[in-house]
Ligand binder design. Structure first.
Ligand code: F6R
Length: 613
């Protein structure tokens, strides 16, 4: 949700910043801008729309310098426009600021500054920051003190980078509740970076320091100073950057989403290899909770958002069925504000690909305020959610850049499955034979996913049909109820076709009224206990002339015969089947969006990492 990049060094500044912004575009893409310092003078270029429109405004001549900051925006205050695009400046243009987050007290600050004569030109909360810093400088402070005193007056969440003509060799920064990293290139390069996320500065940056909330300071070429409050860090933890360039590039794929869908067999294999040994023992070495604590948990509340919550709904069934643990799964934004009654033996589980989702983070704060322990499943171990949880499980999916989550979802489901089997062993619940059968089965998951990915023809045929509909329904039961929600979410978010997921049994209690020849149903019918009941739902649709697209186990001729279209998946027991049913639904959403000419990796109005509540 907004991306920030900063660079100070010898490389061509507009290209470093531009490349960085393109890599951060998944965080927001309604407008963008760059400010650079050249000969102690700040120049700015901004544009409405995606980075490509900004690129057109960057004439190679005359727009370069030695330090600069860039921003790609997801609008919160003020419509997407060039005027509201960052960087924002003070009235003389000598201070430029980029910001990710929300300044909650901006109205009071704006009133206070307006009374002092400051004139605002945008509708953003961000514009208060350069004016505020300016007013601190006008009161006689040096830039460092003025920056610190100004950020003390800000309420809300922010990651900020600032350049200033009076101190042209520094880029100031501050982090409070929004992600920000500082990094360095090769030792010889004498250069420093700031970014919202690592992909922006790979492959140039070689070492990184992950800033914490409350950190502020400045980077200079090849060095930095960090403060927490007034205290300077004596030892800054600097780590090598281990992510490889190919992990953050599309390679030969048309979109990140497609690349990430195709990465799933390898990721599932990696998780299986790292978590299960040859004796079917499960390991979560990074997870700090001891067995003694885990054996005493009385209840689990999973809280997450969007796709991560859909994975959580499946996790709830795993924990209930395999561990006999009372488990709820809730939207973080509801959990946070509905003041639930929770006993002290409750474990709160957060699930988040980005590890930065503001709602999920707020849910964690709520849990901790109630003195509850928090376990989080995250795809970024240096994220805010990872840091603020008592224990963390690494999703191991690698950077996910497509805005629609795919590989992180299956990593979440698989990790939740393995965690529940791990817990069931500690709590002596699951019979040995059942555990063995499930773990033996899960080992075939990577090759089964790969086999689905090889047979695109039926999927493309379905997408070709779906591209012309305006509404679609997804039905599933028990473990695949969440799959139906996830299938609907994928389709609507990238193709803009209205789609809703329903529990198959609930369908006849209202949603069935939507069925017509124009409104197809995508019905998830794997083998298992609920197959017969789901077939009844399918027949209910058929009787009302609704088109049926079914996701079936290979060779299920009965369902094939009553479907207009079908996709076959290999056989896997019902609890594990969501790991397979997800794949055709991801691909159906992908191809439907492509056939409709939608920007798959950057769907309208969305951003990858939602850092506002
Ligand atoms: C949908 C999607 C979102 C996210 C949600 C939570 O494809 O990606 O629904 O799942 O915003 O994000 P994380 O998992 O980063 O907390």
């Amino acid at each position: 949700m907004c991306g920030i990049v900063g660079y100070i060094g010898n490389k061509s500044l507009d290209s470093v910043l531009l490349v960085g912004l393109k890599k951060l575009e998944y965080r927001g893409y309604d407008s963008a801008g760059i400010a650079i310092l050249n000969n102690d003078e700040i120049s700015i270029r901004k544009s409405k729309g995606k980075i490509i429109s900004l690129e057109e405004k960057l004439d190679a001549k005359g727009f370069d310098g030695h330090a600069g900051i860039g921003h790609t925006r997801w609008a919160t205050h003020g419509e997407p426009s060039t005027k509201n695009a960052h960087p924002h400046t003070n009235s003389t243009g000598s201070i430029a600021v980029v910001h990710n987050g929300i300044i909650e007290n901006y109205v009071e600050l704006k009133n206070m500054l307006s009374e002092k004569g400051y004139v605002f030109v945008s509708e953003t909360d961000t514009e208060t920051i350069p004016h505020l810093i300016d007013s601190e400088i006008q009161s006689g402070k040096d830039v460092k003190q003025a920056f610190y005193d100004a950020i003390q007056k800000l309420e809300g969440k922010f990651a900020i980078a600032m350049i200033c003509e009076i101190e042209p060799d520094r880029i100031y920064f501050a982090r409070n509740g929004a992600p920000l990293i500082a990094a360095f290139g090769k030792k010889s390069a004498s250069e420093s970076f700031l970014a919202s996320d690592l992909p922006a500065i790979i492959p140039l940056a070689k070492e990184v320091t992950y800033l914490k909330d409350g950190d502020w300071g400045y980077i200079q070429a090849g060095t930095l100073e960090i403060y927490q409050g007034e205290k300077k860090y004596e030892n800054i933890k600097i780590e090598p950057i281990l992510i490889k360039e190919e992990e953050v590039n599309k390679g030969d794929y048309a979109h990140f989403m497609l690349k990430e869908i195709y990465e799933q067999p390898d990721i599932m294999q990696k998780i299986i290899d790292q978590r299960i040994d040859s004796n079917n023992r499960i390991f979560f070495n990074e997870m700090l909770f001891q067995n003694d604590y885990l054996s005493k948990i009385g209840r689990v509340i999973i809280q997450a958002c969007g796709t991560s919550l859909n994975a959580g709904l499946i996790g709830k069934l795993y924990l209930e069925n395999f561990c006999k643990l009372t488990t709820d799964a809730d939207f973080s934004s509801e959990f946070r504000y509905r003041n639930p009654v929770i006993g002290g033996d409750t474990l709160v589980v957060g699930i988040s690909q980005s590890g930065e989702t503001a709602d999920t983070l707020a849910g964690i704060h709520e849990a901790k305020a109630k003195f509850l322990k928090v376990l989080s499943f995250v795809n970024n171990n240096n994220s805010s959610i990872a840091r603020e949880s008592n224990a963390v499980i690494d999703l191991m999916a690698g950077p996910e850049i497509g805005v629609a989550s795919t590989k992180a979802y299956t990593s979440e489901v698989l990790s939740l499955f393995l965690f529940s089997i791990y817990m069931s062993a500690i709590r002596w619940v699951l019979p040995k034979e059942e555990k063995k059968q499930l773990l033996d089965e899960i080992k075939s998951l990577p090759s089964q996913i790969a086999s689905i990915l090889k047979n695109l023809e039926p999927i493309q045929e379905i997408s070709n049909y779906l591209k012309d509909v305006s509404s679609a329904l997804f039905l599933g039961r028990t473990y695949n109820y969440a799959s139906a929600l996830e299938g609907a979410l994928k389709l609507k978010e990238i193709s803009y076709i209205h789609a809703s997921g329903y529990a198959g049994g609930e369908f006849k209690h209202g949603p069935i009224a939507l069925i017509s020849e124009e409104v197809p149903s995508i019905v998830i019918v794997p083998q298992g206990e609920i197959r017969k009941k789901t077939i009844s739902n399918l027949l209910e649709v058929r009787a009302r002339k609704g088109k049926i697209i079914s996701i079936i186990t290979k060779g299920d001729d009965e369902v094939k015969d009553i479907s207009d279209f079908f996709v076959e998946i290999p056989e896997l027991s019902e609890p594990l089947s969501p790991l397979l049913t997800a794949i055709p639904m991801q691909l159906i959403a992908y191809f439907t969006a492509v056939y409709r000419g939608c920007d798959v990796d950057k769907p309208r109005n969305l951003a990858k990492s939602v850092t506002v509540e």
